[in-house]
Write a protein of this length. Structure first.
Length: 255
């Protein structure tokens, strides 16, 4: 059908024939797609960011010791909303990117190994309460730790120093190398095994010679812990030998 319009100048103008009723629906649907009125099917082909964050959080929680950590939660960092990763045709998987050292922050890898592979690294924060060994009183440098000096307290994981301890027996009879205030978490860097032999101390030197065990008296020339090798002077001969500390008053020489 042709329609003629008249302008003020009486110049004929012709419009194209409108779509027939049978083609109208297809015409309108195509128009909506062009202007964005109907969502594109590409949206269904994108991996949702929430699914990636959830996979990272679940993996982080699975790595920690729930006997030690109480009320544990994991929160993945927000991901860039512009990120467009192809939807994986198989279940996505998470993996650790390093040793999980019971820290409050870690990075978890999430990957797709399907037809359109991709890998994303997601920072995750873990919140938990942890049993921690703390000093029950003020302690001086060189103090020998015993049960009365230590107690257990639950503290937030993100407030703890590196090398914190959860079992008092780990440092019982250890020596402090710096003073501590009351309530301070005990760390491995704050203690050392006690020297059981002191420099200048008399010790028994044990030696095996031709199947015979010989004992001599000596003087330790250096402090040492059990198993250390220290120089010891034989008080009878004046000879200095290297000896292994066996206990608080005995060393062994291998001849």
């Amino acid at each position: 059908m042709n329609v003629t319009l008249l302008t003020d100048k009486k110049v004929p103008t012709t419009m194209n024939t409108l779509p027939s009723a049978s083609n109208y629906r297809a015409y309108f649907f195509g128009l909506l797609l062009c202007v964005g009125g109907i969502p594109s099917s590409n949206a269904a082909e994108v991996q949702t960011l929430d699914s990636i964050r959830l996979k990272a959080e679940d993996h982080a929680l699975a790595q920690i010791d729930h006997n030690q950590f109480k009320n544990s939660t994991a929160t993945a960092n927000s991901l860039d909303a512009r990120l467009q990763l192809k939807k994986c045709n198989i279940p996505i998987e998470a993996f650790s990117t390093g040793a999980m050292n019971n820290t409050s922050r870690m990075t978890v890898g999430v990957r797709c190994s399907g037809l359109n592979p991709w890998t994303l690294y997601v920072p995750v924060t873990v919140a938990a309460l942890v049993d921690v060994v703390i000093s029950s009183r003020a302690l001086t440098r060189g103090a020998l730790l015993n049960a009365e000096d230590l107690e257990i307290q639950q503290l937030p994981l993100n407030k703890l120093p590196i090398g914190y301890l959860s079992d008092p027996s780990q440092v019982t009879n250890f020596e402090l190398i710096r003073p501590l205030r009351v309530g301070t978490p005990i760390t491995l860097s704050a203690v050392r095994p006690r020297n059981i032999v002191q420099q200048g101390q008399e010790v028994i030197i044990k030696a095996q010679i031709a199947g015979l065990q010989v004992r001599m008296t000596g003087k330790a020339l250096k402090n040492g812990q059990s198993g250390d090798i220290i120089p010891v002077r034989n008080l009878r001969s004046g000879r200095t030998v290297e000896a292994t500390i066996l206990n608080e008053n005995t060393v062994r020489v291998n001849l």
